[in-house]
Structures are given as structure tokens and as C-alpha cells.
Ligand binder design. Structure first.
Ligand code: PXL
Length: 295
């Protein structure tokens, strides 16, 4: 349950003058929350989500699940620090009490405990749009822990999602298929994931399917559409998955139909990859400013 909160001074002022909270004289931006981990260098994770929300005209808030740093002296190995459950629950409670959220995006959760905390909060909140980037295996985790995390995500969070954006690996896991080698396989995976979860699916082929284009498949239970953009190289760019799901959430928050949200998100990611950032990291990072830079 979202606990009722005392009115703040602004809300009291509106109430005194009989002005409904929604009838504000200033235009208000749509508001979205991401529930995600910080990838501290800023290409992926929570920072990617917030930059994506801002770039697409949406006010972003963040419930932080974990912090991912690296060890530059040990081949940039992942260093993962979870946020404790009480602190996460307090963030979710604060944001849920503060805003009528137009959309929620879920990124890296990282442990069964975190998944449980988030599932509980989302069961109470019931957001209109819940976009799940089903980050299954988190780099730097024990395989045993990752398996538990996968199972908990499928059992507790996937059923609450309205929209899910699996990558190639996640599509295999969620569909139960042995291989996804071409667009026909990706369509089959999207259908299976929709049928088992009820969510609208944007299954990403990315650079994992051969050919000149990066192909994704959208399926909402009736409409099936192949979204295609020319590949920019053959190496995955960090932040593409996070930014895609965040862009879907931002467009849904603005009231776009799901298929239009998917198309805009695909264009946003392609522009971000074209404008990717080089660094001393062992990967390139999508730049969320690329879309605006091209418009
Ligand atoms: O899968 C992308 C991703 C999402 N969230 C966090 C990450 C990463 C990849 O490193 O660190 C926090």
C-alpha cells in the first residue's frame, strides 16, 4: 500500500484556493521512474535511463538497486554493491507517494531479495505502464546466484510487466527456444514470450543476427512488426538495452501507442550508437544526446 502523506505547502495552497492539483497553470512534464542499478561510468544503467528520459522530455526519478563500478587495475572487472532492501523500499515509497507516475522502467535488480522488494512495491502501485528490461545474467555475479535471480525475475516481476524488451540471450531464456538464428525465430520467440507473460514484447536481435540490419520484433498479441535500422558495426555498444527500454517508457509516459513508442525508441538507440563515446573502458558507450544532435 502507498501510505497517504501529509500535503506539502504547495498542495495546501492549491487546496485552500480550491484548485485541483492537476489544474496547474504551468504545463507539467510526464513523470517516469526507473528502478535500476548505477553503472557509474554513465553509458548504461540508471544514468542512461535518466538521460534518456530527459532527452525525450520526461521528468525522471530513480530508485537505485545497486552500484556497479569496475577495477581498472584488473581488466575492468565488475564490482557490484547492492543497495540494502530497506533503503530500496524507502526510495520506492518516496517516489510512489510524490508522483502520479506515467510510466515505470525496471532495469538491473541483481538479486532475488531486490526482485522481491520491487515486485511487492509494483503489486501495490500497479503502474499503467511497467517496462521491464529483463537483465537476467548480471556480469560479475556467481552463476548460482544468477540462476536464482533469473527464476525470481521470471516468477515475480515478469507477470507484472506490461512491456518487456529481451535481448537475444534473454529471449532464448524467456521463450525456452534452443536457438534464435534469424528473424523468423525472433518472431516465434516474441510470440512465445507474449503468450506466457501477457506483456507486449520488443525482442531485440541486435548484432546477434547476421545481416546488414539490426532487427527487433514487436508483438502485442495482435500486431507483429519487424523494426529495422542499419547496423553500426558488429560490436555491442554499452547502454543500448537500457536506453531502448527507457525510451519506450518515456514515450509511453507521453501517451504514445506502444508500437510508436517502440519505433521512436529504436530510432533513439540507433542515433545514440552513431554518436557513441570512446574511452579507456573495454567497451564503447551509447550517447543519449545523439538523437537530439541529429534532429
Ligand atoms: O545490462 C546493462 C546494465 C544495466 N544496469 C547496470 C549495468 C549494466 C551493464 O553493465 O552495470 C547497472
Amino acid at each position: 500500500m502507498v501510505t497517504p502523506v501529509a500535503l506539502n505547502s504547495r498542495a495546501r495552497g492549491l487546496q485552500e484556493h480550491n484548485i485541483p492539483m492537476t489544474e496547474n497553470s504551468r504545463p507539467q512534464p510526464p513523470v517516469a521512474m526507473t528502478i535500476a542499478g548505477s553503472e557509474v561510468t554513465g553509458g548504461a544503467g540508471a544514468l542512461a535511463d535518466i538521460k534518456t528520459f530527459t532527452s525525450l522530455g520526461v521528468f525522471g526519478s530513480l530508485a537505485l538497486t545497486c552500484i556497479v563500478a569496475f577495477d581498472p587495475e584488473n581488466d575492468w572487472a565488475h564490482r557490484l554493491t547492492p543497495v540494502d532492501q530497506e533503503t530500496l523500499a524507502h526510495q520506492l515509497q518516496t517516489i510512489s507517494a510524490a508522483y502520479d507516475l506515467d510510466a515505470v522502467k525496471i532495469g538491473m535488480l541483481g538479486s532475488p531479495a531486490t526482485i522481491h522488494t520491487v515486485a511487492q512495491a509494483m503489486t501495490d502501485l500497479k503502474p499503467r505502464h511497467l517496462v521491464l528490461d529483463p537483465v537476467l545474467i548480471c556480469k560479475g555475479q556467481e552463476p548460482g546466484a544468477a540462476l536464482d535471480t533469473d527464476q525470481a525475475l521470471k516468477a515475480e516481476v515478469l507477470p507484472l510487466a506490461t512491456f518487456v524488451t529481451p535481448n537475444h540471450f534473454e529471449s532464448l531464456s524467456l521463450s525456452g527456444m534452443d536457438s534464435i538464428d534469424n528473424v523468423a525465430d525472433l518472431k516465434e520467440a516474441a510470440k512465445r514470450i507474449h503468450d506466457s507473460s501477457g506483456a507486449t514484447v520488443l525482442a531485440k536481435g541486435g548484432v546477434r543476427l547476421s545481416g546488414p540490419d539490426a532487427v527487433d520484433v514487436f508483438y502485442d498479441g495482435s500486431e507483429l512488426e519487424v523494426l529495422s535500422e542499419p547496423k553500426v558495426g558488429e560490436i555491442p555498444v554499452s547502454g543500448a538495452g537500457c536506453s531502448l527500454a527507457a525510451a519506450v517508457a518515456a514515450e509511453l509516459a507521453k501517451g504514445a501507442p506502444e508500437i510508436d513508442a517502440a519505433r521512436t525508441a529504436k530510432a533513439f538507440v540507433s542515433a545514440g550508437i552513431r554518436h557513441r563515446l570512446d574511452s579507456r573502458l573495454p567497451f564503447e558507450s551509447l550517447w543519449q544526446g545523439g538523437f537530439a544532435a541529429e534532429s
